[in-house]
Design a protein around this ligand. Structure first.
Ligand code: NOJ
Length: 512
């Protein structure tokens, strides 16, 4: 595994909304390049950038029309190469977003595949052998061309599913994984990866990584497919880093991914922490962290030594953290995010508590996700410093509230969320025990109970992490004395006869 992942702290950039350098109302590569110092000063040393390839943008770029060319609205391939170079000059790394499961309906492969006559792309997508055949449980496109068949879609109907085969084909049109069509799709995918890794990107975040092989049995086919890609990477790009949108680390890490995300859907209980009626990190103190911890422990056990489980502050698909948490609650949530194993991912703007913008009209297939994709708020100049375009031309409207947080205001305020996040990253970076591979042992994570306590350790060092987001002091039997304090926030944490009391809305890090 690439060594830089040991202390990687990622920053997710939604390129549309980060920084507009040419005043057309939408973010671009040169805008990002101009803000790398900001990301580095915050303490993040790695970037994941959402899809930036040519696309009709039916799903914000997750519908690729040309895998080898950047979308002109973000700049040229050369501008992207310059971004890679500037990232590397700062000792940082950058992952592109790879969308292997589907293309846009406008991709030339699909235009060929739709044709009635057999050609090199006939089997590039999952097609049935008759227009009236479209099995239940999958979306299909039909009646769209002269080809007598329906084509499976993966997400929206503008995203036809690429053909990686069926684990156990049952119908005549379902091809096995080793049929020529699926094999050619895998080779095409490797070529795309080769191209961007060759140009200087450091790896990929992989979209819907667990869904490539159809009618899969427990992910077995898709795992095998990724193992083949891992072997190719080991040979040609051994330092490339891969993170999957899969949400089942026991499977994805077996497939050769270095990291897997906890997702806001699926079995992880991630939403119990921040995004539910009573989030654990709310000061109401009515949340429950126990099921999250039980599931985490199970996954951690299965993935130990194989790779990392990554916890994001948010992403472009879920509501912003600040919709549910405010003030100190956000600081305590970040104390958790930045002290867990695996590489943390900070979604742009979460470090200043950017809000979820309610009731925005859907932009490019965003629907309710649009509210989490609004422009970065840099300062108090027009358009919050994001763009010099007329406000009406912005890709997505800004948070219009007069008290919207900005980077400038938070940098000037030593008590801001920005400064807390920065301090927490610095703390993590000065203690290997708090970094990606440091071990975790949970001490107190009881049902409907506070505080939340765990030990992180690496080599000779063990650090006790104590978090109490609730509005009342909370204590537990730890059997541990409180020795050297590394860092704390809120009131004074005390220990008496092995019982530790953590004041309301506070957290602390202690050497054990
Ligand atoms: C997951 C991506 O994060 C999301 O934004 C996209 O719409 C779907 N996959 C489809 O590619």
């Amino acid at each position: 595994m690439a060594q830089w992942l040991d202390n990687a702290v990622f920053y997710e950039i939604y390129p549309q909304s980060f920084m507009d350098s040419n005043s057309d109302g939408i973010g671009d590569f040169n805008g990002i390049t101009g803000k790398l110092d900001y990301i580095q000063e915050l303490g993040c040393n790695s970037i994941w950038m959402n899809p930036c390839f040519a696309s009709p943008f039916g799903d914000a770029g997750y519908d690729v029309a040309d895998y080898y060319r950047t979308a002109p609205r973000y700049g040229t391939n050369d501008d992207l190469k310059r971004l890679f170079d500037e990232v590397h000059k700062r000792g940082m790394h950058i992952l592109l977003d790879l969308v292997p499961g589907h293309t846009s309906v406008e991709h030339p492969w699909f235009l060929e595949s739709m044709k009635a006559e057999t050609n090199a792309y006939t089997d590039r997508y999952v097609w049935t052998d008759h227009v009236w055949e479209s099995p239940e449980g999958m979306g299909f496109l039909r009646g769209i061309s002269g080809r007598n068949g329906s084509c499976a879609v993966n997400f929206y109907s503008c995203q036809p599913a690429l053909n990686y085969g069926y684990y156990k084909p049952e119908r005549p049109w379902q091809q096995p994984m080793d049929a020529p069509g699926p094999k050619a799709t895998v080779e095409a995918l490797k070529d795309i990866m080769r191209f961007w890794l060759g140009l200087g990107c450091d790896g990929f975040r992989v979209d819907m990584a667990g869904s490539l092989v159809k009618q899969d049995e427990d992910g077995k086919g898709t795992i095998r497919l990724w193992q083949g890609i891992r072997a190719f990477l080991d040979e040609e790009f051994p330092d490339a880093a891969m993170v999957s949108e899969w949400g089942e680390p026991d499977k994805s890490l077996q497939g050769g991914f270095h990291m897997d995300f906890l997702l806001h859907f699926g079995p992880s209980h991630y939403n119990d922490l921040f995004r539910c009626g009573e989030p654990y990190f709310s000061k109401r103190g009515k949340g429950d962290i126990s099921e999250f911890v039980e599931t985490y422990k199970e996954n951690y056990g299965k993935s130990a030594g194989k790779g990392l489980i990554c916890i994001p502050s948010g992403n472009h698909d879920m509501e912003r953290l600040a919709k549910y948490l405010q003030g100190d609650e956000l600081k305590i949530a970040f104390a958790f995010l930045l002290s867990m194993p695996g590489a943390p991912f900070i979604y742009y703007g979460d470090e200043i508590g950017m809000r979820y913008v309610e009731n925005l009209p859907s932009v490019e297939g965003g629907y309710e996700r649009t509210g989490s994709r609004s422009p970065m708020q840099w300062d108090n100049t027009p358009n919050a410093g994001f763009s010099r375009a007329d406000t009406g031309r912005l890709y997505i409207p800004l948070d219009e509230k007069p008290d919207r947080p900005t980077v400038q205001a938070q940098m000037a305020d030593p008590d801001s969320l920005y400064h807390e996040v920065k301090k927490l990253i610095a703390l993590r970076q000065s203690h290997p025990a708090l970094q990606s591979k440091g071990r975790i042992d949970f001490l107190h994570a009881e049902s409907r109970s506070y505080p939340f306590a765990y030990l992180r350790s690496a080599g000779e060092e063990t650090i006790l992490v104590l978090l109490n987001p609730s509005g009342a002091p909370a204590s537990f039997e730890s059997g541990l004395p409180l020795s050297e304090k590394l860092y704390s926030f809120g009131g004074d944490i005390t220990a008496q006869d092995g019982r530790i009391t953590v004041p309301a809305a506070s957290f602390g890090f202690y050497k054990v």
